[in-house]
Design a protein around this ligand. Structure first.
Ligand code: CXF
Ligand code: ZN
Length: 365
């Protein structure tokens, strides 16, 4: 079939909108007609000069749409089902067997490798040349997408499908860090460094968890205002005196939990330095270039922990429908983060999200 897709042929973040040939769904695959897709910072990284993926490539990994056809052996979904597309996982490694697919032993090649496990590709340009799809096993910046049985999550049909794509990455990353991984206990204190899509999702989740004190930190005043509306008790505008001192001016012992969503080394260090004894710090992203962070082992000795958390340690088939239910009940208003764009405004959506103008862009197909 023919589809329209945003193809990244160079490192400029400027896609060309092309008609491509799609063959599929193959065995175990699910063809999804895209309704809308979120835009995540990882898409901009993968489009730019630091990309880990081959080119030309179709990016996008927060798809939401309607199942159009299923390949041989697929039983989880059927044509007509509404689905959110999420990260891929192998289903066979120890992490997958123990229902922690975000830590799949094959997570990186499945997300960034952009080909099927047999090496083939299902997308061709008009001249017959290969275009890489399969980014996060979906490449959702397109009118149609090929997922796998494991990375499509069926959602209730009364929920607004065009809003739901970000649940597949950014929103579950922030909310899941609080609820699935750190498992923030009622009454405990939490500092969230950076309140973009990940951090604001963490704020809403912390409120749901009954956290006693939620401190939001950001460089954008508008985001701090939104953090307050979504449940933060205190806000700190970044850029002035050292952040740990500002946090300890509110909570002298430090916080029980800290989450860094910025991937900025100095901020990550500030998150660790803000912890109370036995406090736990989660990093939900990292510098893209693999650069290293210095930590004082003496500071860690008092039972403090530091942990990387990817995709909110989500088991998506369970967690995404749960987030949808909470949204529908009015307890998780993540629509407050979203601004809609037309499909052909992808470049503007990248720009608005990198400059902080928009928290979570969603492209309508
Ligand atoms: C990201 C999370 C941070 C490391 C690279 C992959 N996942 C989705 O955007
Ligand atoms: Zn993402």
């Amino acid at each position: 079939m023919q589809i329209t897709a945003a193809v990244f042929r160079d490192a400029t973040l400027k896609p060309s909108f092309e008609t491509l040939d799609l063959t599929g769904p193959g065995p175990g695959e699910v063809l999804v007609r895209m309704v809308a897709t979120g835009v995540c910072h990882t898409d901009a990284k993968a489009a730019g000069p630091e990309s880990m993926s081959p080119r030309p490539v179709v990016l996008g990994h927060e798809g939401a749409g309607v199942v159009e056809a299923v390949g041989q052996g697929v039983t989880k979904v059927a044509p007509g089902d509404h689905v959110v597309m999420t990260f891929g996982s192998c289903g066979r490694c120890r992490s997958c067997e123990e229902a922690e697919p975000a830590y799949c032993h094959h997570a990186l090649p499945l997300s960034f490798g952009c080909k099927r496990s047999d090496g083939s590709s299902y997308l061709r340009a008009a001249d017959g040349s290969q275009v890489f799809g399969d980014f996060f096993q979906q490449s959702s910046f397109a009118t149609h997408s090929v997922g796998r049985e494991r990375n499509v999550v069926k959602v209730r049909k009364d929920a607004p499908l065009e809003l739901l794509g970000p649940l597949g990455c950014g929103v579950q990353t922030g909310a899941g860090a609080v609820l699935n991984d750190l498992r923030v206990k009622p009454g405990r204190t939490l500092a969230i460094f950076g309140v973009g899509a990940l951090g604001l999702s963490a704020v809403m989740a912390a409120r749901l968890a009954g956290a006693g004190r939620i401190i939001a930190i950001d460089r954008h005043k508008g985001r701090l205002d939104l953090a307050r509306e979504l449940g933060a008790h205190d806000v700190i505008l970044g850029g002035a005196e050292p952040l740990p001192a500002q946090i300890k001016a509110i909570l002298p012992i430090g916080v029980d939990y800290a989450i860094d969503t910025t991937g900025v080394l100095t901020v990550m260090r500030a998150a660790i330095d803000s912890l109370a004894p036995r406090g736990e710090c989660g990093f939900v992203t990292s510098p893209w270039d693999g650069s290293e962070l210095s930590i004082s082992p003496r500071h860690l000795l008092l039972g403090r922990k530091v942990r990387g958390i990817i995709e909110g340690n989500s088991n998506p088939d369970v967690f995404i429908p749960q987030l949808v239910d909470w949204f529908m009940d009015g307890r998780f208003p993540f629509d407050r983060l979203v601004k809609f764009y037309a499909f052909n405004e992808l470049e503007k959506a990248f720009y608005d999200s990198e400059t902080g103008l928009t928290v979570k862009p969603v492209l309508r197909m």
